[in-house]
Design a binder for this molecule. Structure first.
Ligand code: C5P
Length: 232
């Protein structure tokens, strides 16, 4: 899979997401389905969106004991999504078990990427609540390297971190980057943002874009603008 724009479909019902996707009569965007929609509607919403011809990043961020994650990943693999994820904090043993669970009898599997430290965690809360006292940038890079050694395909990271991740983990290790805004757009609650063109320049493999597309007056035009800046 090459560079692509992934549209974060942060809707609370299947009806809302289908209404949104109905607008895309030309190119079918790669979509991200998160916990809210998945917990509300269950695996059927994934099957329906897949049947409409979309690639899917199922963003459920698994984190449990290795055996439980292995079995859960085997279920997700059966949905034939394209990308799934987990927390690198679950350790190498959990990540290796996840890969085993994801791999189908014919050897194929969805891409598996890791969340390092959530962007909602800052240095202070990491030190206070998790007793991790290293600088955040080192922690993020260590988690990325651990994920790479465990055999994962990449990480979710800020576009600001994408170059460092590629330098440390190799160009083939995928960087999937949210925090993308148009130069003339509303930033919402995102603080450190890049435009799609900048994200392309620094080497992001996939950008995850939500509100700049989902809340646009013309979502299809906003998606095509993103594709034009990042991919085409
Ligand atoms: O609407 P917006 O473009 O900000 O959406 C970005 C998407 O990426 C949301 O689904 C958000 O949960 C997700 N995300 C993020 N920052 C991270 C990890 C995930 O914005 N560090």
């Amino acid at each position: 899979m090459g560079k692509d724009v992934i549209v974060a479909c942060d809707f609370s019902s299947a009806q809302a997401v289908y209404g949104f996707l109905d607008k895309f009569t030309g190119r079918k965007p790669f979509v991200k389905i998160g916990m809210e929609l998945f917990y509300a509607e269950g695996p059927d919403v994934v099957r329906q969106i897949k049947a409409r011809g979309h690639k899917i990043f199922l963003d459920l961020k698994l984190h449990d004991i290795p055996n439980t994650v292995k079995k859960a990943m085997a279920v997700l693999s059966g949905l034939y999504v394209d990308i799934v994820n987990l927390h690198a904090a679950g350790t190498s043993a959990m990540m290796e078990a996840a890969l085993e669970g994801l791999t189908r009898p014919d050897g194929t599997r969805p891409l598996l990427i890791a969340v390092t430290q959530l962007t909602s965690t800052d240095q202070q809360s990491m030190e206070r609540d998790l007793l991790i006292r290293e600088p955040m940038a080192d922690v993020v890079m260590h988690y990325a390297e651990t994920a790479k050694r465990a055999g994962l395909d990449g990480v979710v990271c800020s576009p600001m971190e994408a170059k460092a991740v590629h330098d440390r983990c190799g160009r083939g290790f995928l960087t999937v980057t949210p925090g993308v805004r148009f130069a003339d757009g509303d930033r919402g609650d995102q603080k450190r943002v890049m435009t799609p063109a900048e994200a392309k320049k620094i080497g992001s493999d996939y950008i995850v874009v939500g509100r700049p597309i989902t809340a646009a007056a013309d979502p299809v035009a906003a998606y095509e603008r993103c594709m034009a800046e990042f991919v085409d």
